[in-house]
Design a binder for this molecule. Structure first.
Ligand code: HEM
Ligand code: HEM
Length: 163
């Protein structure tokens, strides 16, 4: 299979839907964090509205990430722009791997913490939340750098579909 020149309509839609869901999940975390504290204190793990919403959005992020990996395996992903510095290519690859890993490990750790009522995965969940925010920030800076400094057309690949 030769490498594609960009992403498909579906890959692009799922990428931007994920951005919205991740922002919602991080901004509206108070309800879940509060429910977790109460549950741990009282040893009663009730499915209140904030818990159901956090669980639903998190599971959606996981499902979409797995779907995107399948689409990527099927369609592939465009290569780095020609002539791009090797360290930058590596950094962007590692960032994408890290983002996919976190979109899977965050929901899994959250579900294990809640389902098994244990603290360790909840702590991992919190650490991974910081990692996700840091990686998304790096990813955003990379996209802006490509758009305005390198003017490489990478940003357009996530806007204009190839199909
Ligand atoms: C990518 C998906 C997810 C993201 C981005 C996310 C994000 C967050 C954030 C920002 C918090 C608040 C942490 C804090 O107080 O600083 C949190 C807490 C929590 N989340 Fe999630 N979450 C996700 C998926 C899930 C899922 C599917 C579950 C399953 C029920 C879950 C269970 C929990 C639990 C139990 C807590 C409280 C424990 C803690 O504060 O670490 N999360 N989550
Ligand atoms: C903050 C705004 C965002 C911008 C401007 C942005 C921009 C982009 C662009 C331009 C690409 C294409 C890179 C390339 O062709 O090499 C891309 C890919 C990607 N983005 Fe984002 N993104 C954003 C948010 C996010 C978020 C929140 C996530 C996940 C948590 C994410 C995960 C990914 C992944 C995993 C890829 C690689 C896709 C693949 O090759 O399969 N992005 N993004």
């Amino acid at each position: 299979m030769s490498a594609p020149t960009g992403y498909t309509r579906r890959q692009i839609a799922l990428h931007w839907i994920t951005l919205v869901l991740v922002v919602l999940q991080i901004v509206f975390h108070e309800g879940m964090a509060g429910a977790w504290e109460t549950a741990a204190d009282t040893n009663t793990y009730a499915f209140s509205t904030p818990v159901i919403l956090h669980f639903a959005v998190g599971t959606l992020i996981l499902g979409i990430a797995l779907w995107r990996l399948l689409l990527r395996a099927e369609h592939g992903a465009p290569p780095a722009p020609e002539g791009e510095a090797k360290p930058l290519v590596l950094l962007s690859k590692l960032t994408h791997i890290g983002l996919y890993a976190l979109m899977i490990l965050l929901p899994v750790s959250g579900a294990v913490a809640w389902g098994m009522q244990i603290e360790a995965p909840a702590e991992a969940h919190e650490v991974m939340k910081f990692l996700l925010i840091a990686l998304v920030a790096l990813h955003f800076i990379g996209a802006v750098y490509h758009r305005f400094v390198l003017k490489s057309g990478v940003m357009e690949r996530m806007i204009r579909p190839v199909d």
